[in-house]
Design a protein around this ligand. Structure first.
Ligand code: FES
Ligand SMILES: [Fe+2]
Length: 372
């Protein structure tokens, strides 16, 4: 009975956080987030993006380095993306102030006379660390009004296991708060209902599952296991190598789902991130790489798109229901990953607040059971 109360609590807390207009939008700052695809910044073109409700202008210097600035001139706030970029500096369209694209440093204020005392080099446009990995431009979103830490970790990179491989990217927008995007991504029980496809599985293949999970830094891992016997692609892989198939799935804060599948020499690796754009909009970016020769990129993309579209349709429908602020539930064991996510997030914020080490919500490995 206390179970009911306990299971309701996180959902309630979450709902409070999520009330769209006021309050804390529930974002996790001081992490890398993918802003756009590398190919979207070419030549002297400026591109716009939004992460965690911060408008960004991105581009690439003449030397090929990607940069990200706050899309707002520090003078009067006009978006810098209306300005001009010459390969080194961004010139504001309003009064022509120029900023070094990589540092945000102001290098020229055309209206100043030799009499003026304003120190141009003391003026900065907002800017963020920027790195390219796996075909994405990642931006390190440090919290507004805070200093960048001395050292920041490198942006995430997709694990690959041979010299040669194929790689492809997919993305889709979800009209959802980041938390719903993530618990939807990690949700083990929607498969038979949302992802019914001839090539994947039918809803009648639902059966008991038992998976071991273990704590990892900032997240949890579904321990290496042989994947579901009701999914055709795994069966095929097994036939090709004649060896067992193992898969490992990690969730890591703030928003990464990492999956590795191995069978003999063959491997498949993927990463899905759910990135908050605004409090009512997030985006899934999915990248997959593999060395299975028999799996051509276009074929994989057809399957991948079908999957994403199924999830997207569900999230659109869910958003329709959430408008009316319903009470929500998290049940055992199928919603345990969602509970871990909320606890990880809360414990991280708490450790940042107190300066103490982050407490992991899991004491050790646990086995969860559900039907899907
Ligand atoms: S608003 Fe940008 S230079 Fe004045
Ligand atoms: Fe799904």
């Amino acid at each position: 009975m206390s179970e009911t109360a306990e299971t309701l609590a996180p959902a309630q807390a979450e709902k409070k956080r999520e009330s769209p207009s006021e309050g804390d939008p529930g974002f996790l700052w001081d992490f890398w987030y993918p802003a756009l695809r590398s190919g979207e910044i070419r030549g002297e073109k400026l591109a716009k993006a939004m992460l965690l409700e911060i408008p960004l202008v991105l581009g690439r210097t003449r030397e090929g380095k990607a940069f990200a600035m706050r899309d707002s001139c520090p003078h009067r706030g006009i978006p810098l993306s209306y300005g001009r970029f010459d390969g080194t500096t961004v010139e504001c369209s309003y009064h022509g102030w120029r900023f070094d694209a990589c540092s945000g440093h102001c290098v020229e204020i055309p209206s100043l006379t030799s009499q003026d005392k304003l120190k141009v080099e003391r003026v900065f446009a907002g800017h963020f660390p920027c790195q390219e990995r796996d075909g994405y431009v990642w931006v390190y979103m440090n919290a507004p009004g805070t200093r960048l830490p001395e050292t920041i970790p490198p942006a995430p990179a997709l694990a690959t296991f041979s010299e040669e491989y194929k790689i492809t990217h997919l993305s889709c927008d979800l009209p959802s708060h980041i938390d719903h995007g993530i618990i939807g991504l990690m949700d083990p029980a929607h498969g038979p209902f949302v992802h019914q496809s001839w090539f994947w599985r039918s809803r009648h293949s639902i059966h008991d599952k038992e998976k071991r999970f273990e704590p990892i830094p900032y997240g949890f891992r579904m321990s290496p296991h042989s994947p579901s016997s009701n999914s055709a692609p795994y069966q095929l892989l097994k036939k090709m190598t004649g060896e067992g198939v193992t898969t490992t799935i990690d969730f890591v804060l703030p928003n990464l789902r990492l999956e590795e599948i191995h069978s003999g020499r063959l491997w498949f690796s993927s990463r899905a991130t759910v990135t908050p754009v605004r409090r009512d909009l997030c985006r899934i970016d999915f990248v997959a790489a593999w060395n299975v020769k028999l799996l051509p990129v276009p074929v994989f993309r057809i399957f991948g798109k079908t999957f994403l579209r199924q999830d997207q349709r569900t999230m659109v429908q869910q958003a329709e229901g959430l408008k009316h602020n319903p009470k929500l539930m998290l049940i055992d064991d199928a919603d345990r990953p969602a509970k871990w996510y909320f606890a990880l997030k809360a414990n991280l914020l708490e450790s940042r607040r107190t300066g103490e080490a982050m407490r992991h919500p899991m004491d050790g490995p646990v086995t969860l059971r559900w039907r899907s």
